[in-house]
Design a binder for this molecule. Sequence first.
Ligand code: PLP
Length: 440
Amino acid sequence: MESNITRRNFVAAAGAAAVAPVSLGAAEKPALLGGKPACTVKFPSWPIFDQREEQAVAEVVRSGHWWRGSGKKVEEFEQAWAKFTGAKACVTTVNGTNALFTALNVLGVRAGDEVLVTPFTFIATINVIVRQHALPVFVDSDPETFLMDPKKLNGLANERTKAIIPVHIGGNCVDMDGITAFARKHKLAVIEDACQAWVSKWKGRNVGLLGDCGCFSFQASKNINSGEGGAIISTNEEFIDRCWSFHNQGRARRGTGEFTYTISGSNLRLTEFQAAVLLAQLTRFEEQIKKRNENAAYLSSLLKEVPGIRPAKMYPGCTQNAYHLFMIHYDKNQFAGLPRAKFLKALNAEGVRFSAGYSSHRNIPFLRELSKDRVYQALFGAKRLAEWEKQSFNLPMNERVCEEHAWCLHNILLADRSAMDQIAEAFRKVQKNAAELAKA
Ligand SMILES: *Cc1c(COP(=O)(O)O)cnc(C)c1O
């Protein structure tokens, strides 16, 4: 079989060479096996910036006001972000991880509490729970959307459960109706991890406003970027005041002095330089959202036609996706059994940079060791920890998501529409040559 295909390609190549200077056979040969790449687009690199960012930073440098205590940029960005999202108030933090950490603390999640969370997330979401010595109780994923499945929440809340953290992975919206209904019933705080979902919308409403608060990241890879940075938004102004206190060493927001403290907090303040960059980034934001959405819709329509490729489903309630990631489902059975790693290698060789993201939480050493930790043993007891291991490491749908998903980063969606055609062509080419690639 292998030699037949090779011979057929050889004959095609030889035939084409006789009539045209460019060999058709060579053009169709997978790039991984020495052919020409199907996609020759030079995708926009990230971050995108110009003199707006340069001037903004230079102004802060010259002003001498480099921290929020003396400058105005941090507050200006907080007001702009609150306005942009429709929040009552916003406070920035050093990064998204510490936005989540602040929210957990202000909502009163303490050692010995339990928090419901998705396993299919960036490690930060899990780290903040464990740093608090709370127990991360994992909820199985919906294999179509890759998101926390509200239908899998039954039986997971007990008297120690204090909060739930749905994560809008890639910018795709979690079913917030299902999450908030469950949270109300069990009196849980809802912290939306919107660190990949800047103005994704659930039924027309911005994510981050559907529970108690929403946390954002402005780290270098994110759709709005200041190197590092984070924010918390809420419809509750008093809650944001308490977050402000926590992020500023426990000082009262409308307090009486620099050395009076109302709570125990930390120093998680953003600098004026970062806020100035964020304000500049915001000037391009709406235009970029529009472009990502148009390209994502078009690319989805093209990839749906490739057997074995399914763009991640969006719930009907997801009325806007931030598309931090363009996520797909890969079915190797439709690709002659070609393993995902090799599929991705072939696709990358064609000039289309997709990769596999998060692997199973079952492989994370500190989670495997958690029930042996002396603090956890003292707080939860052997019986609860044994139950937890059995439940939280046995999530079949999430295992499928981990094994079968792939994604590309948002900057790919900032290329021209014609680039989407070339991406789809690369997928089709790998699909056509799957059997040969599987054997190579
Ligand atoms: C990026 C990210 C975070 C953490 O944000 P940092 O700013 O990098 O600390 C948290 N959760 C998710 C889902 C993220 O993607």
